[in-house]
Design a protein around this ligand. Structure first.
Ligand SMILES: Cc1cc2nc3c(=O)[nH]c(=O)nc-3n(C[C@H](O)[C@H](O)[C@H](O)COP(=O)(O)O)c2cc1C
Length: 217
């Protein structure tokens, strides 16, 4: 698969088939993804994998432990401004439209949001952490690692969804994984085979035209 093919094929999948993925495949993805660049070669990504039985026990842990929780970072800046506000609004509207959930259907929206907390049915996932003493450059390194991982998953025939939604359950994740306190959860990434027949996976998101984000001098 060409890089371009993987980039164009990757999309956030929000309904997965129960088909398993082996830890060997995930290990290979992570090893390859660790070739991602990072400032000073710090390689600040730290990853916990849950798969199959550990996925089942994690979901059980989630159901059994009280949810908290003060957020460790703000997912979006408050009072998002243009053009970002519209980008966010549009993707939300388009996603809910695929499953026939209207603007005023609060229960429908909550129900879909809660699917985040089941990894949308994916058999496996990774949790990505970064040392909380790290700064913006290292968070950007983590982003590069994540995208590399997601492209490699595509090449291996699996789909993904990065999920910041998991930051709302960081304490439960910290206690389940045993990740040390100096690590801070950035996101989860669901991994598995896309359920291509599910309408939510028909979503094809827009991008700003190049003149809106690039300037050639
Ligand atoms: C770091 C990160 C966190 C995300 N968190 C969530 C999430 O919690 N739930 C969700 O449904 N989508 C999440 N997304 C998916 C974005 O909504 C998606 O990438 C964006 O709308 C573009 O669509 P595409 O990935 O299909 O190209 C996340 C994406 C990234 C990169």
């Amino acid at each position: 698969m060409k890089v371009t093919d993987a980039v164009m094929a990757r999309k956030s999948v929000r309904s997965f088939l129960p088909d398993p993925i082996s830890n060997d495949v995930i290990q290979e993805l992570l090893e390859k993804a660790s070739r991602s660049p990072s400032g000073g070669n710090l390689q600040p990504w730290r990853v916990w994998v849950i798969n199959d039985e550990s996925m089942a026990s994690f979901l059980q842990h989630l159901a059994n432990s009280p949810s908290s929780e003060a957020l460790q970072y703000q997912i979006y800046p408050p009072r998002l401004w243009e053009p970002y506000r519209t980008c966010r609004y549009e993707v939300g509207e388009e996603m809910y439209a695929t499953i026939g959930v209207g603007r005023d259907d609060k229960p429908g929206r909550l129900k879909q949001f809660s699917r985040n907390m089941e990894f949308f049915g994916a058999p496996a996932a990774i949790f990505c952490f970064v040392d909380h003493r790290m700064g913006l450059p290292q968070w950007s390194d983590l982003g590069m690692f994540l995208q590399t991982c997601m492209l490699l998953a595509e090449e291996a025939g699996y789909q993904t969804c990065a999920q910041e939604a998991w930051s709302t359950a960081h304490e439960q994740i910290q206690s389940f994984t045993g990740a040390p306190d100096d690590l801070m959860l950035f996101c989860g990434v669901a991994i598995g085979k896309s359920d291509r027949s599910h309408p939510i996976n028909s979503l094809s998101t827009n991008r700003l035209p190049i003149e809106d984000f690039a300037t050639f001098l």
